[in-house]
Each structure stands twice: as C-alpha cells, then as structure tokens.
Write a protein that binds this ligand. Structure first.
Ligand SMILES: NC(=O)c1ccc[n+]([C@@H]2O[C@H](COP(=O)([O-])OP(=O)(O)OC[C@H]3O[C@@H](n4cnc5c(N)ncnc54)[C@H](O)[C@@H]3O)[C@@H](O)[C@H]2O)c1
Length: 296
C-alpha cells in the first residue's frame, strides 16, 4: 500500500515504519523532523496547518512518481502517530491544541480526499490512570476497550477528543478508522536499560497498568490494521501478552489491585491491558517479550 505516516521520526513511528517497509508498503513520513531511513520518503509538515496537511496528502512521494506521467498517485491509507506524546513536554493547552488540531486536520483531509483507511494513535492514558493526580485504580481488571475513558489531564483529554472526532468522521464517510490505545512503547534496547528497575520495584509500572508494547509488535499491529478492511470505527488496546514486571498477576493483584473487580480469570503472567479484541478482529499476534532478553 501507498501510505502517509505522520510522526514517523519519533520513538514509536520509526519502528512501525521499518516494519511496514519490511512488509512491502511504500511509506512517506510526514513530520516536523526528517527521518533518514533507507526506503522511506520524508516530507517536513506541520500538521496543525490544514493547508500543509491537504497538500501533503495529495503529493508525489518521490521523484520516481513523476516518471509514469499519470499525475499524483492517491494514498491508500494514513497512519497518524504525530503528537505531543505526554503531559509536561509543553504547557497543557499546547499539548491539547496540537494533538486535537493535527488529528482533526488529518481526518478532515483524508476523508475529503477519498482515502479509505485511517489508523491513529490513541493511548492507554485515556483510561485515566497514567497521569492521574494520586493513585487511581481501574474500575475492573483486565482493562478492555469497554472501560470508561474519563481522564483528567490535557494529553489524555486530547486523545479522548481525537477518538470522538474520528468516530464522527467515520460516521459521515463510512470509511475504516481504527484508533490504537497504545500502551507504554518499549524499544528493543530498553529491555536492558529500563526493565531491571521494574523487577526491583514493580510499583514503577503501576501507572502503565503493569503493561507494555514492544515497538516492533506495534508495527505489526499497524500492518494488521492496514490488512483488515470493513470494521468501520474501532478502538483497540495494544499491548504485549505478558506483564512488564517480574511478579505474577496474582501478586500484582494482592499488592496493587485489592478490591478491584475481576472481569474474568487471568493467566499467571497475563497483562492487565486486555489485547483480545485486537487478536480477534485484526489478527494481532505479538512476537516479542522482555522475557526473551532478561530473566524474571
Ligand atoms: N511512547 C509511548 O509510550 C506512547 C504510548 C501511548 C501512545 N503513544 C502515542 O503514539 C504516538 C507516537 O508516540 P512517540 O512516543 O513516538 O512520540 P514522539 O514524540 O517520539 O514522536 C512524535 C512525532 O510527532 C512529531 N510531531 C509533533 N508535532 C507535530 C506536528 N505539529 N506536525 C508534524 N509532526 C509533529 C514529532 O516531531 C515526533 O517525531 C503519539 O501519538 C503518542 O501520543 C505513545
């Protein structure tokens, strides 16, 4: 597929793009910052500017596309990852403005230009736990896509608003728009640098619901979504199968989730961030684990 990928110069995007290139897609990265990756076209775009977004979505990806003499080819899909990826990087109102405006612009341009598939990055933070003031427990475990999304911080609010915006664009156009409620993204090198501390102190993972997503498996999830048509508007939790801590699911419950209702029985190391919907609807099948690199 011919794909416009936003935010591909960032932590998650560069791994996702590498995976998509491996699968044979043609990818143009639209970002404020250039990505120098072989085989990837790069366009510097400020997505808060609607004119730039419309232009980028109807443009040659590279000089080679001038050769057939048949005009600008259409994009088959947009993958929208660009964002301010957390609170505290920018003032709260800027985080909210940039994230909601850029997502509106991308969805508006994609739908008006007739692109039939948009995948966008939402976040675990929509469940209100990650950036809560004080400790907040889930309403129930494991957290699935039915769990309420009433966060209190500007970043997560922007993601909840983006989900509502996406749902409305889908209702108007009938295209496929899938939102990925991505858990904490872990790059391969971070198993050695970050995970030993999580073994020593599992409480460090409380705000991430003790879950994680390998950046390569996130790329695989994007590809699964590109390959699965006809689901309309959907949101998917995206996480690896296991916990990001060295203690068992039962021990996490007894230390951190006392009194939290259990929706179903869970496996020994099973994630509290249910990924069953992604598995069932788009064939998500994560291949990586920190356990391949470190011993619990
Ligand atoms: N990293 C995580 O753990 C995590 C977890 C859940 C969701 N997410 C979401 O996944 C996506 C990617 O996150 P990341 O960690 O790779 O973030 P990142 O900050 O590393 O990358 C984001 C990219 O977006 C670009 N960008 C920001 N504003 C832009 C604009 N106005 N126009 C064009 N490009 C712009 C940045 O230049 C950057 O390259 C984000 O939407 C983030 O909210 C990330």
């Amino acid at each position: 597929m011919r794909i416009l990928f936003t935010g591909g110069s960032g932590k998650a995007g560069k791994h996702a793009i590498a995976h998509l290139i491996e699968q044979g897609h043609r990818v143009t990265n639209a970002d404020l910052v250039r990505l120098d990756m072989p085989g990837v076209d790069s366009l510097q775009v400020d997505l808060t500017d609607a004119g730039q977004v419309f232009n980028a979505l109807h443009a040659y990806a590279g000089f080679d596309e001038l050769e057939p003499g048949t005009g600008v080819p259409a994009y088959d899909a947009v993958v929208h990852f660009a964002a301010i990826p957390a609170i505290l990087f920018r003032p709260d109102n800027e985080t909210y403005r940039i994230n909601t405006l850029s997502t509106y612009n991308v969805l508006d341009a994609a739908t008006k230009l007739g692109i039939r598939k948009v995948i966008f990055a939402s976040s675990e933070t929509t469940y209100g736990i990650c950036f809560a003031d004080g400790e907040k427990k889930p309403d129930y475990i494991p957290i699935d896509e039915e769990h309420p999304t009433v966060p209190e911080d500007s970043y997560a609010m922007s993601k909840v608003v983006n989900e509502a915006t996406a749902r409305s664009f889908q209702a108007r156009t009938g295209i496929d728009i899938y939102g990925l409620r991505i858990n904490n993204v872990i790059e391969p090198h971070e198993y050695k640098t970050n995970f030993p501390a999580f073994m020593t102190d599992p409480a460090l993972r409380r705000r991430n619901i003790f879950a994680y997503i390998d950046a390569r498996d996130l790329g695989h999830m994007v590809d699964c979504c590109l390959k699965t048509d006809g689901l309309g508007y959907q949101v998917f939790n995206v996480a690896n199968d296991d916990l990001s801590v060295g203690i068992s699911t039962e021990e996490v419950i007894s230390r951190f989730y006392q009194g939290v209702p259990k929706k179903r029985n869970m496996g020994t190391d099973e994630t509290f961030y249910a990924n069953n919907k992604a598995k069932q609807l788009v064939g998500f099948s994560p291949a990586h684990s920190w356990r391949d690199v470190l011993k619990p």
